[in-house]
Write a protein that binds this ligand. Structure first.
Ligand SMILES: CC(C)(COP(=O)(O)OP(=O)(O)OC[C@H]1O[C@@H](n2cnc3c(N)ncnc32)[C@H](O)[C@@H]1OP(=O)(O)O)[C@@H](O)C(=O)NCCC(=O)NCCS
Length: 154
């Protein structure tokens, strides 16, 4: 995947139920991801059009696949499997033994796809996240800082 593929890839992601396009997925965010994980993300192209995409990267310790999507007309042709395979090979070439995904659990077909690809679910694991800018953004963070300062002065 090249930064120039962004517009087509974004269109594909937006049309795919199960891919959550978030704040990190703007052109700058995806460009940063591709630079940090050079040559590890892939697109499938048919007739000059992007019909499949996957982001793949790692943090030095574990590998991750994100935002796998295949265009509706091109599903069940092996494209998803091929993209996952390319990602896993790229991770293995970087010496990573472990690869994780997050999947929204509202479509049995999606889960069947990942199970067929060899992924195992961990039902006891709770996925949690936080906005690192704080609950109320920058203003909220300042308030917390002032409160903490007052407390340490007492
Ligand atoms: C999930 C998705 C990527 C699968 O892509 P695909 O190109 O259709 O998958 P493939 O053709 O490579 O299928 C690989 C295997 O999974 C199976 N499979 C694929 N979709 C399936 C479904 N809906 N139900 C059951 N099995 C399915 C195929 O039969 C195939 O099995 P085989 O290896 O025994 O032949 C595609 O349906 C999609 O883009 N969905 C919307 C976005 C999404 O959910 N992405 C995942 C985010 S976590």
């Amino acid at each position: 995947m090249r930064p120039a593929d962004y517009s087509q890839v974004l269109r594909l992601w937006k049309a795919a139920a199960g891919v959550h396009v978030g704040v990190a997925d703007d052109r700058a965010g995806v460009g940063r991801y591709l630079r940090r994980n050079r040559g590890m993300s892939f697109v499938a192209v048919r007739g000059g059009e992007v019909v499949g995409a996957i982001l793949c990267g790692h943090d030095g310790r574990r590998g991750y696949l994100h935002h796998l999507a295949v265009g509706r007309l091109f599903r069940k042709m092996g494209i998803g499997k091929m993209l996952v395979g390319r990602g896993l090979t790229a991770l293995r070439d970087c010496g990573l033994a472990r690869c994780e995904i997050l999947a929204i659990n509202d479509d049995p077909g999606r889960i069947a796809f990942w199970k067929k690809a060899g992924f195992r679910a961990y039902p006891d694991v709770l996925f949690m996240a936080i906005d690192s800018r704080g609950r109320r953004g920058r203003a909220g963070r300042k308030k917390v800082y002032r409160r903490n300062r007052k407390r340490t002065q007492q």
